[in-house]
Design a protein around this ligand. Structure first.
Ligand code: MG
Length: 585
């Protein structure tokens, strides 16, 4: 399928945009009229530049307010449209996008709209161009795709077709079923955009918060699938405006945009790239070696379990929780995470198809293929095969001790992401590993606020939580800020940490009074929580008991948690207390 992007989806001037789009590997563009008007290049020069870059101009957009116009003012519309058609001809664009009238004086008369679209269709046909008519979600009288189709049908002109824009359809509460019965050859163009679910003015929502498919929560794939099922065979084109995109480097945006189309093609089954892994599990945490690391790990109950066959890397474990310490010359910039996702070669090939950059690591002969991939925020993720397989990371180590019982494994990993990288980071987790996002949670911090979103695969135990800290300048941390280990009895783990002299987060007594007020806990349990400095939550029959180490200077800390009775969350009701306690440290 042909892949295109609207120039409005990128920052910069037109020449920069075209180069970024071509470099990312797109086939074509939608040319945004404002980009052309502001450019010193003539339409013919733009067409030539695109041709040199291997890009086609698939759409010129938009012409506004061309239907539902009071008849005495329609001559001016015809003049405007003719003038733009001459530009479209010089550009060599086959389709021009016309959007529904938003003006307060728009006439609510479908027959008038149809007649005016028909007249415009005559002009377009003379130039060999097709009109794609779009219902803007904030159109004055035509704001649903069904109404736009009604107008196109009544216009009854071969050069007048329907434009499908996933945002406009989904933001009005319609879905792919709104396209039922529309023949594919009457759909003139398909524009795709996603958005996070928000309750706000739809125009503001569209202008500032659109995002690429896979970054938001709209059922973009459903509308695209319905459009393809109708028989539409034109380009799949991204049209995204947002505050983030306005400020980002166009080359970064173009790459991210292309990934989102690959992801979308996957979802609707038109792709050729390797599929996402069927399941994803946590394997290990990798940290850079320093003299402080071994004593720290020992105080946390870890012991040395093996030595790498060819590299200055050691393997530490505590029960089923694994930490790899890299004493090599080029460790990852912060803690890295290892995951089990098979087949490893397919995950690596998929990362490549999605343009996610590889971590540069040497590999000794006979060693596991452990590809590393860098996320947009700089997190390194290493991919291993399941235990026992040739590409199992543990096979690269000579074991030095038998495993003693202890922690049950890595429960979750918290990654702090700068606000302007959040969409990309979400895209990384969704497109590469098919992790599904949970709802966005927001917490008050003593000096700002924290937005948090948990990601999980449909199968497997990997849990990654993305945090965006919005605090005063220079205070937010980045990378892995927390590793949470699961255990069967958090109280015994806390006692062991205390015995080893590990400072734990101090919990204010008021918290326990509040817990009692909320849950009516038994005096025995309440005393136990107080004594061990534990946080607590309960949902249905499920309970969470958890504790945190005091944060290091970097903000990094460890959580120990005991999930009882199928508790599935992260104890978010206590998060504000924990954040305040961490600030005190
Ligand atoms: Mg549109």
């Amino acid at each position: 399928m042909k892949r295109a992007i609207a120039t409005v989806s990128l920052s910069g001037v037109l020449a920069d945009k075209l180069e970024a789009v071509a470099a990312a590997g797109f086939d074509g563009i939608e040319l945004f009229d404002n980009d052309l008007v502001a450019s010193p290049l003539t339409p013919r020069e733009v067409a030539a530049r695109c041709a040199d870059l291997g890009l086609t101009i698939d759409l010129f957009q938009p012409v506004r307010d061309v239907e539902g116009v009071p008849p005495e003012r329609f001559d001016a519309v015809l003049h405007r449209f003719r003038t733009k058609l001459a530009v479209v001809r010089d550009l060599g664009a086959p389709v021009v996008l016309a959007c529904s009238h938003v003006g307060a004086d728009a006439v609510d008369d479908l027959d008038l709209t149809a007649a005016q679209l028909h007249a415009l269709g005559d002009l377009a046909a003379d130039e060999g161009v097709t009109i794609a008519f779009e219902a803007l979600a904030w159109g004055r009288h035509i704001d649903r795709v069904g109404q736009a189709w009604d107008a196109v049908r009544r216009a009854d002109h071969p050069a007048v077709t329907l434009a499908v824009d996933t945002f406009h359809i989904l933001s009005r509460g319609d879905d792919g079923s709104a396209l039922a019965g529309i023949p594919g050859d009457r759909i003139g163009f398909l524009q795709v955009a996603d958005a996070p679910l928000m309750d706000m003015d739809v125009l503001e929502w569209s202008r500032h918060f659109r995002c690429f498919p896979g970054e938001g929560t709209l059922d973009v794939a459903g509308v695209v699938a319905a459009t393809l099922a109708a028989g539409y065979a034109g380009p799949l084109s991204l049209e995204v405006f947002s505050d983030v995109v306005r400020e980002a480097d166009p080359r970064t945006t173009a790459r991210d945009a292309l990934r989102s189309l690959v992801f979308l093609e996957d979802q609707v089954g038109v792709a050729g790239q390797p599929p996402a892994p069927a399941s994803v599990d946590p394997a290990f945490i990798e940290v850079a070696g320093s003299p402080a690391v071994p004593p720290l790990l020992e105080s946390l109950g870890f012991s040395r379990a093996g030595t790498h066959r060819s590299k200055p890397v050691s393997w530490w474990r505590h029960g089923d929780a694994h930490v790899v310490v890299n004493d090599g010359p080029s460790p990852s910039p912060g803690p890295a995470v290892g995951v089990v996702a098979a087949p490893v070669s397919a995950v690596a090939a998929r990362a490549k198809a999605l343009l996610w950059p590889e971590v540069d690591r040497t590999r000794g002969s006979g060693e596991a293929h452990l590809p590393g991939i860098t996320s947009p925020s700089g997190l390194h993720v290493f991919v291993s095969a399941p235990p026992g397989d040739d590409d199992d990371w543990q096979r690269d180590f000579t074991p030095s001790a038998a495993a003693a019982p202890g922690l049950t494994g890595i429960d979750h990993v918290v990654v702090a992401v700068p606000p302007d990288r959040l969409n990309e980071e979400v895209s990384f987790l969704r497109t590469l590993f098919a992790l599904a996002p949970g709802t966005v949670e927001e917490f008050m911090e003593p000096h700002g606020r924290l937005r948090s979103r948990a990601f999980r695969p449909s199968s497997g135990d990997l849990r990654i939580v993305l945090n965006v800290e919005e605090v005063g300048s220079g205070r937010a941390s980045t990378g892995i800020t927390q590793v949470a280990f699961g255990c069967a009895d958090v109280r015994s783990q806390v006692r062991a940490l205390r015995a080893a002299g590990v400072p734990l987060l101090a919990v204010p007594d008021n918290y326990y009074v509040d817990l009692d007020a909320r849950f009516g806990l038994s005096p025995v349990l309440l005393a136990d929580l107080r004594e061990h400095g534990l946080f607590y939550d309960r949902v249905g029959d499920g309970e969470l008991l958890h504790a945190f180490t005091a944060p290091l200077a970097t903000g990094f800390h460890v959580e120990l948690l005991e999930r009882r009775g199928g508790y599935d969350g992260y104890g978010s009701a206590s998060t504000h207390v924990r954040l305040a306690a961490q600030r005190r440290h």
